[in-house]
Design a protein around this ligand. Structure first.
Ligand code: AMP
Length: 630
């Protein structure tokens, strides 16, 4: 299996390089590294200079896709079709990100639902997984050019705080890009490995990893013991980074030059030019004491001590996060053995001094802070490839384990390569009013449809008390012991009704069968993604159709004839699209219906609440609240 790669576009099986690459899939920048002559090395682009690929994807009018610096150039002229910061959307529902919507220059679909977000570009809809896959494809292409060989296996890093859904989404993105993702590694773990911390199985160390990038700040406290990294705590700020330093400089210069904020809002080109100057000043002040430049009629000047004063409160916020992380880990500063610095903004001298003063120790910051995570991922990859014999390899599950959900989709609960023993759980609910039984079918494999995976067993959770659809809370737990014995438990939490099964076979598959299943999953990733997208869109649309009918029935008095007719027309359009095979058409019809009915639903809710306050009965409030779902 290791020596075969699939060229999805050309449908060819090719000889692949044995190299396993390490990939840092970042919010602002991404990069790929591998072990070259025994040393972790980040791969440069065509220009032979930068190892960083901006994590930006642009969709042009002729259907072309640009990634990286070429896409970055489009941020100003074509923001609606230029997608950045997609990592912030991975594994998230619209509800998770709605408060930050103004932060994104492109359209995130507002379905006011708990389904996963999609990004609308022209009349197409993209999942964050598909968008991340474009970035990964570009990195894969970059290293293949460098090596002159196909690459099919990778280790990808994620923040330590990423949950199951976000990790699974990252895995899926890798698969869609034609990569077999051997392991998802925490970024702070990778950064520590880059400095060689953790490679000696005997050492016991406590490490603080301080990661200040362009837009995010993370502090992680790790403990390494017997070659196993454990995350003791994480803290941080998802909207704090070097961009804020730039903004502080811009505000300072705007005041000094009497530039009104409205001018910067109106003149986007001027605003962008000043932003670039501000970043330039910041970088210069990492090595020099003064920066000066002119732009049009403006003079921009900044000294290091002025800059330090401007960013002091921001740096102080990161130190507060460090204190919180230590408190959560129940660790004192003097118990920290090493401090590892990650992210471009840790080049700022005030940042280095503040962190070093706080922990009372020298920092690990000799490696390029932009590359350190990818370099560590490459080292982890090398360990997995068996090239570092002394390093302990954890026992892992060879294939993902999960259950069947609505529409025949596979929902992975324990991802492949999880170390055993392990335990993971997720909550589900019913899809029909009064549903008393729930079938739990357990599958093994990497494909999106259970029909393509291997069934391990099934059981029925009986005796769920009758409740409206969506109300029962059914927790499904997978417990996998060190011998590969899987126990699956299902429990309805409101009533405590519970059932479990044990699946004894040791995965039940030969090495070859397993290899075939993995190859299959990579070969079919694109087709699977399409089917999954269509089924998910249909499931969502069916829910919206049900609540739309309810909404129209319950609020006929509040709505005008014209509003009822228009809503019905949009509902019919959605019904028609659901019968078809085009997921983008379904998403568009949902989007149209939602855009039109959102204000109506809000009005209905106001009227219903008003009536309730006047004493017309509490039931109206319930209807009103539920109607908001339309
Ligand atoms: P990252 O997200 O880790 O790629 O970090 C990118 C951030 O690091 C951006 O805000 C950059 O402006 C910042 N950065 C890069 N080089 C320097 C430097 N020499 N001094 C200060 N900040 C820098």
């Amino acid at each position: 299996m290791a020596k075969i790669s699939i060229n999805i576009k050309e449908g060819k099986v090719e000889k692949a390089s044995n190299v396993i690459v390490g990939i840092d899939l970042g919010t602002t920048n991404s990069l790929v590294a591998y072990i070259h002559d025994g040393k972790a090395t980040a791969v440069k682009g065509k220009d032979g200079k930068s190892t960083l690929v901006p994590s930006i994807v642009h969709f042009s009018n002729d259907g072309g896709i640009l990634v990286g610096n070429n896409a970055k150039d489009k941020l100003i002229n074509d923001p609606a079709n230029t997608i950045y910061s997609v990592k912030r959307l991975m594994g998230k529902s619209y509800r998770d990100v709605e408060n930050f919507e103004q932060y994104f220059g492109y359209k995130i679909i507002d379905e006011d639902s708990d389904s996963l977000v999609k990004v609308r570009v022209k009349d197409k809809f993209y999942t964050p997984i598909e968008l991340s896959a474009e970035i990964l494809k570009s990195l894969k292409h970059r290293i293949e050019k460098d090596l002159g060989q196909k690459v099919s296996r990778a280790v990808i890093t994620v923040p330590a705080y990423f949950n199951d859904a976000q990790r699974q989404a990252t895995r899926d993105a890798g698969k869609l890009a034609g990569l077999d993702v051997l392991r998802i590694v925490n970024e702070p773990t990778a950064a520590s490995l880059a400095y060689g911390i953790g490679l000696n199985p005997e050492e016991v160390r406590t490490i603080a990893v301080y990661d200040l990038g362009g837009g995010t700040f993370d502090i992680s406290i790790l403990q390494i013991q017997n070659g196993i990294f454990e995350v003791l705590s994480t803290n941080g700020d998802t909207f704090l980074g070097g961009d804020d330093f730039d903004r502080a400089i811009i505000d300072f210069w705007a005041k000094e030059n009497n530039i009104a904020p409205t001018l910067l809002q109106e003149n986007k080109n001027l605003a962008q030019a000043i932003r670039l100057q501000a970043e330039e000043a910041k970088k210069t002040l990492s090595n020099q004491d003064e920066f000066s430049s002119t732009l049009e009629n403006y003079n921009f000047h900044l000294t290091k001590s002025q800059f330090d004063t401007l960013i002091q409160p921001l740096v102080e916020r990161t130190i507060t996060s460090c204190k919180n992380a230590l408190a959560d880990a129940k660790i004192e500063t003097n118990q920290i053995d090493h401090i590892v610095m990650v992210g471009g903004s840790t080049r700022v001298p005030l940042v280095q001094k503040s962190v070093s003063d706080f922990f009372g120790k020298a920092l690990f910051n000799e490696l390029n802070p932009d590359e350190v995570v990818a370099l560590g991922a490459a080292i982890q990859a090398d360990v997995l490839a068996g090239n570092q014999k002394d390093v302990l390899l954890l026992d892992v599950t060879p294939l993902s384990l999960g259950i069947e959900t609505v529409g025949g989709l596979m929902d992975s609960i324990i991802p492949r390569n999880s170390k055993v023993p392990t335990k993971a759980g997720r909550q589900y609910t019913t899809s029909v009013d009064g549903q008393k039984n729930l079938k739990v079918a357990v599958f093994q494999g990497e494909r999106d449809l259970v029909a393509d995976n291997r069934k391990l067993g099934e059981f029925i959770l009986k005796g769920i008390p009758p409740m409206p659809a969506g109300l029962p809370k059914i927790e499904i737990q997978f417990i996998l012991n060190a011998d590969g014995i899987l126990k699956v438990k299902a429990k309805e939490l409101r009533s405590d009704v519970e059932t479990e099964i044990e699946i004894k076979s040791q995965y039940g598959l030969s090495e070859e069968e397993m290899a075939m299943m993995l190859l299959d999953s990579i070969e079919n990733a694109e087709a699977d993604m399409k089917v999954r997208g269509l089924l998910e869109a249909r499931n969502e649309a069916n829910n919206i159709l049900l609540s739309s009918d309810k909404f129209l029935n319950q609020n006929a008095e509040i709505l005008s004839t014209e509003e009822i007719e228009k809503t019905k027309t949009l509902v019919e359009a959605l019904r028609t699209s659901v019968a078809g095979e085009d997921k983008d058409a379904i998403n568009k019809a949902m989007d149209d219906l939602n855009t039109y009915t959102s204000p109506l639903a809000h009005r209905a809710m106001d009227v219903n609440i008003g009536n309730a306050i006047k004493g017309k009965g509490i039931t109206n409030i319930e209807q009103g609240t539920r109607n908001e779902e339309v």
